[in-house]
Design a protein around this ligand. Structure first.
Ligand SMILES: [Zn+2]
Length: 234
């Protein structure tokens, strides 16, 4: 049991150091994650815009073809107008001509509209691309920064993790699970040293009888207030 306590203390020391190393990364992982997400969303929007632009261009080509065909048709009617035999025929062809002219005007308006819309989208596209470039630059700077920090701590981290693994192996699964559970719930500290009669985790006073029991080390005791494993270090 004394060994168990010693090993839990050691385990906690290793985890503290590992946590310190991971804290050196600061806000960088969060910043990198949110930048990556933002770039992804913006890029998706830019892809949509590109698609809309190409749809508008193909619509416009279609309208232009229709205008061409209508103009040929109009020319035919206009030629026919010179060869009419009576008023009735004249009126009929005149009416066709008016319809064609209206049709052409309508198509030409549509063409102008697609040109204007395309211009707006192209503007949005180029601004968006500029923005994505900026974000990508920020992302790569932060990634580089994080990589430099990791570079410095990598060796120590690898060594600590290997040593921690060795200690963890010697601890019964049941206690190891308990340790991990408390560590997760209590912000990293699962093993609390009794300091001046109080729990080193939550600073609540421990009854003297309990302190004696913890010092004896015959079994594990948890702090009644925070649940951390209590240990005594001479
Ligand atoms: Zn406590």
């Amino acid at each position: 049991m004394k060994n168990l306590m010693q090993n839990l203390i050691k385990l906690q020391e290793y985890d503290n150091r590992l946590q310190e190393l991971s804290l050196q990364r600061g806000e960088l992982p969060t910043i990198i994650e949110s930048l990556t997400e933002e770039i992804k969303e913006k890029t998706e929007r830019l892809n949509e815009i590109t698609e809309s632009i190409s749809k508008m261009q193909s619509d416009r080509r279609m309208f232009e073809k229709e205008v061409e065909a209508s103009k040929i048709q109009l020319k035919k009617y206009e030629d026919q107008l010179y060869q009419v035999q009576n008023n009735r025929e004249y009126d009929a062809i005149s009416s066709e001509i008016d319809t064609k002219k209206a049709e052409i005007e309508n198509l030409e308006n549509k063409i102008i509209q697609t040109l204007e819309d395309e211009e707006t989208l192209k503007q949005e596209l180029s601004e968006g691309e500029e923005e994505v470039k900026k974000l990508e630059k920020q992302l790569s700077e932060h990634q580089k920064e994080l990589e430099e920090i990791d570079q410095l701590t990598r060796e120590e981290k690898t060594r600590l993790m290997a040593e921690r693994e060795e200690i963890a192996k010697t601890i019964d699964d049941r206690f190891l699970r308990q340790y991990e559970r408390i560590r997760k719930a209590k912000g990293g500290l699962a093993v609390a040293q009794i300091v001046r009669g109080s729990c080193g985790g939550c600073f609540s006073a421990i009854p003297p009888q309990r302190i004696v029991e913890v010092r004896k080390g015959d079994r594990l005791f948890s702090c009644e207030y925070c649940g951390r494993i209590l240990v005594w270090i001479d």
